[in-house]
Ligand binder design. Structure first.
Ligand SMILES: N[C@@H](CCC(=O)N[C@@H](CS)C(=O)NCC(=O)O)C(=O)O
Length: 222
């Protein structure tokens, strides 16, 4: 899509949600530039004007004039605006179209917040609350089981092809070994899930974004 102006993607080096949007942008071949911002700055002007919720991701699309936040909504916007060939999405009104939305909503409500709380109570909470940690790590295990069971005998979540619904789950699963590696072994406990993650990881668009993320992390650590 050579005639398009680059979309600004507001992100943060460590957080999974902006990378999910980058993976969709890469897959759609839409030009973009990442602007990373630190957590305190997200809660202040001028960024607060872009996202009043003070979090990333947010996008500014000069091609349509749209500024918006919430990664799931951004992904829906991107595929509906730029995936005219339905390479990673489906024709509106079809069963697959609604099922892809179902999985995206599950990712946003069932995976993101629970995995996020597991990270919080494992890594950052000011006191060790074992019961809270267990609650959320168990939820990580439960969600992993849901995906593992749904992938029994099939390659992708919806419609027999790789779509935005698959990649939406990837960045959070990619962090499980970091925050719950002592409690959950994805490869051992969830073989379908594990094989699916490997296939997503091997996609050139995903591999490219993972490299950009690794480089950004290395630069930030200097
Ligand atoms: N539901 C939001 C979650 C956004 C979110 O929590 N982003 C993290 C980074 S991945 C963040 O901005 N954290 C900053 C903070 O918690 O202050 C989305 O999916 O866009």
């Amino acid at each position: 899509m050579a005639s398009l102006k680059p979309i600004t993607l507001w992100g943060h080096v460590t957080g999974p949600n902006p990378w999910k949007v980058a993976m969709v942008l890469e897959e759609l071949n839409v030009p973009y530039e990442i602007k990373n911002i630190e957590f305190p700055e997200m809660k202040q002007p001028p960024y607060e004007k872009i996202n009043i919720n003070g979090r990333v991701p947010a996008i500014e699309d000069p091609n349509t004039g749209i500024t918006m936040w919430e990664s799931g909504a951004i992904i829906e916007y991107l595929v509906e605006t730029y995936d005219k060939e339905k390479n990673i999405s489906f024709t509106a009104g079809t069963q697959d179209y609604f099922h892809a939305k179902q999985w995206l909503h599950y990712q946003m409500s069932g995976q993101g917040p629970y995995f996020g709380q597991a990270v919080w109570f494992t890594m950052y909470h000011h006191e060790k609350l074992q019961s809270a940690r267990e609650r959320y790590v168990n939820e990580v295990r439960r969600v992993s089981g849901v995906i593992n069971r749904t992938l029994e005998g099939k390659e992708w979540l919806v419609g027999g092809k790789y779509t935005y619904a698959d990649v939406a789950f990837f960045p959070w699963f990619d962090l499980v070994s970091w925050f719950a590696g002592d409690g959950i072994d994805i490869a051992k406990e969830f073989p379908n899930l594990s094989a699916w993650l490997e296939k997503i990881k091997a996609r050139p668009a995903v591999a490219k974004v993972l490299k950009v993320k690794a480089d950004a992390k290395a630069a930030a650590a200097k």
